[in-house]
Write a protein that binds this ligand. Structure first.
Ligand code: GAR
Length: 201
């Protein structure tokens, strides 16, 4: 299945997706970043995947940036759009355009801790559990139907760094698995529900 991956930074999830791409039947047609310095662009280049940089700073509005972004995406006619650490809020129009085929990974057990700095906020809130969620993207930030989650226990000695590292290990396992469900045609968005093999998740 043809896909596009959007990133903003290190791209460790992108790397995991690249490493699993043959096994999960994903052909990554391009990687797009909103930061030219994103290390993930180098990872894509090493894997011979075309890259694009589109700086949001060059646009006067979110809508104009999103329009330029979708112009690049649509050149590839992708069947799946993967947000792998893409740190931009997307306009409603953009999310509607790709409804049912855009997946996001978020580093918390949604609906807890949407937004930024999740690891830090989890530690400050004295939670005992943390983790990762993968969801369909809808116009509400971090609120689309949840597809899968993986949790980690929080230790008293945990720091933002140690927790980031442990959650990322789970992210790298979970995202390829969920993408594979999608490329197999097993995962769908119906109304406001994520469905796997015809059953609501
Ligand atoms: C990951 O932890 C991902 O869950 C998070 O950004 C990180 C990207 O790491 N995504 C979000 O916070 C989305 N709101 P990576 O660039 O190494 O894959």
């Amino acid at each position: 299945m043809n896909g596009i991956v959007l990133i903003s930074g290190n791209g460790s999830n992108l790397q995991s997706i690249i490493d699993h791409s043959t096994a999960i039947d994903l052909d990554i047609k391009a990687v797009i970043s909103n930061h030219s310095s994103a290390y993930g662009l180098k990872r894509a280049e090493h894997a011979n995947i075309p890259t694009h940089t589109l700086s949001h700073k060059q646009f006067s509005s979110r809508e104009k940036f999103d329009q330029a972004l979708s112009n690049i995406i649509n050149q590839y006619n992708p069947e799946i759009i993967i947000l792998a650490g893409f740190m931009r809020i997307l306009s409603a129009k953009f999310t509607h355009q790709y409804s049912g085929k855009m997946l996001n990974i978020h580093p918390s057990l949604l609906p807890k801790f949407p937004g930024l700095n999740t690891h830090q906020r989890v530690i400050e809130s004295k939670e005992r559990q943390h983790g990762v969620s993968i969801h369909f993207v809808t116009e509400q930030l971090d609120r689309g139907p949840i597809i899968a989650q993986a949790s980690v226990d929080i230790c008293d000695t945990d720091t933002t760094e140690s927790l980031t590292e442990r959650v990322l290990l789970e992210e790298h396992k979970l995202f390829p698995k969920v993408i594979h469900w999608f490329t197999q045609g097993r995962l769908k968005l119906k109304g406001n529900h994520a469905m796997l093999d015809g059953k609501v998740l």
